[in-house]
Design a protein around this ligand. Structure first.
Ligand code: MG
Length: 386
């Protein structure tokens, strides 16, 4: 079998911009993948075109070797945009291999470790009362883990974020949520790396012990030393890693005990080939995977296959979207994976078990507005993290 075409599709899809890749072969078997470096979709498309120059004519049954060739060719190794494109290609190659062999992708990864995939929910509401009510409903539906937040993170403008105003709002709401929801539910918050070390310490130290089970991304991840400093200022477990684009980026966070849940993103880290190596490293350090999954249905399917085959696994991120949006996803992505009550069943169809309406994707240009909102400023006008 030979690769005959690699088609990048930066596109608007159901609820957001996505970056998809379709790989075609001379046997008529094709595979789909998704890259995860959001708001860099055009960059991933360009890198994919570079890779197609060296991959057309190659055997798609060798994803491990192809990963090495993509990462280590052309001298400048790695980087999020490059591994975003690599991730999409690696996922598509596994889709092809599964179809060729007539097995689901999880079978290629060592087979099933579980019968279904546990998932976590995210809920946010304008007030603590509404947030707690929404969380209670999720619990009634069977969800056992959730990320909560209250208020508009943004203040008078959707583009303004003031950490010192947000921290007490979240602290008060989370303390009330724990008191009312009880001890059974696992509660976390995602701070989207918007805080400084001092601000993150203030937030964590205001939490009574037992209130929060994890805090996700309190600060940015470029500085391992800064996380070591923050680690000394709070005992709350950290959930980190959604932006990491290789095993080497995970390495210090795993070995120094700085991440307690590994937020592997299948579309960023380098696809199945790299994610399995990170998972093994985490297993050796008693760290469970908690994959980052805010993108499209192809990334969800890839994450679910990884979850099925990984012994050290906590929960897969699943957003609660409007039913009409999910139905649109069902139409655009035949076989779309859904989670019901915190559980996701993974089909045993060959490959990823999900398809894409290629004509619809090819005729769905990205929404430029979806890029503009991804910028935040402080009230004084200075730039802050999105
Ligand atoms: Mg996050």
């Amino acid at each position: 079998m030979k690769i005959t075409a690699i088609k990048p599709y930066p596109a608007w899809s159901v609820w957001r911009n996505v970056f998809l890749v379709k790989i075609e072969t001379d046997e008529g078997i094709y595979g789909w993948g998704e890259g995860g470096t959001s708001w860099r979709e055009l960059g991933m498309a360009g890198v994919t075109e570079h890779f197609s120059q060296i991959l057309i004519g190659k055997d798609p049954m060798q994803p491990g070797r192809i990963w090495q060739e993509m990462y280590r060719s052309a001298y400048f190794e790695g980087g999020r945009v490059i591994t975003g494109a690599m991730s999409a290609i690696d996922i598509a190659l596994h889709d092809i291999i599964g179809k060729k062999l007539g097995v689901p992708v999880y079978q290629l990864l060592g087979g099933k470790q579980r019968d279904w995939v546990p998932c976590f929910a995210t809920t946010s509401a304008p007030t603590a009362e509404e947030m707690i009510e929404s969380a209670g409903k999720l619990m009634e539906d069977g969800w056992e883990c959730m990320r909560l937040s209250v208020g508009e993170r943004w203040t008078e403008s959707p583009s303004v974020f003031e950490p010192r105003e947000d921290i007490p709002r979240q602290v008060d709401a989370l303390i009330r949520a724990r008191a009312q929801l009880g001890r059974k539910v696992v509660i976390g918050i995602d701070y989207h790396h918007r805080l400084s070390v001092a601000e993150a310490a203030s937030f964590c130290q205001a939490m009574p012990p037992g209130t929060l089970d994890f805090v996700e991304e309190p600060i940015r991840d470029e500085s391992v030393a800064s996380y070591e400093t923050l680690r000394q200022m709070t005992p709350i477990p950290f959930a980190l890693g959604e932006e990491f684009s290789s095993k080497w980026q995970f390495l210090p966070y795993i070995e120094k005990g700085l991440t307690n849940y590994a937020r592997v993103d299948m579309g960023n880290v380098g696809g199945f080939t790299e994610a399995q190596k990170v998972a093994g490293w985490c297993e050796a350090h008693y760290i469970d995977l908690m994959p980052h999954n805010p993108l499209g249905p192809i990334n969800t399917a890839a994450s679910a296959h990884l979850a099925m085959a990984t012994p050290n696994f906590a929960w897969l991120e699943m957003f609660q979207r409007l039913e009409e949006r999910e139905q649109e996803a069902d139409r655009l992505y035949p076989g779309n994976f859904r989670a019901v009550g915190g559980r996701m069943e993974v089909p045993d169809r060959p490959g990823l078990g999900i398809d894409v309406d290629e004509d619809a994707i090819a005729n769905s240009p990205m929404h430029p507005d979806d890029w503009v909102v991804s910028r935040l400023v402080r009230r004084d006008g200075s730039v802050t993290n999105w």
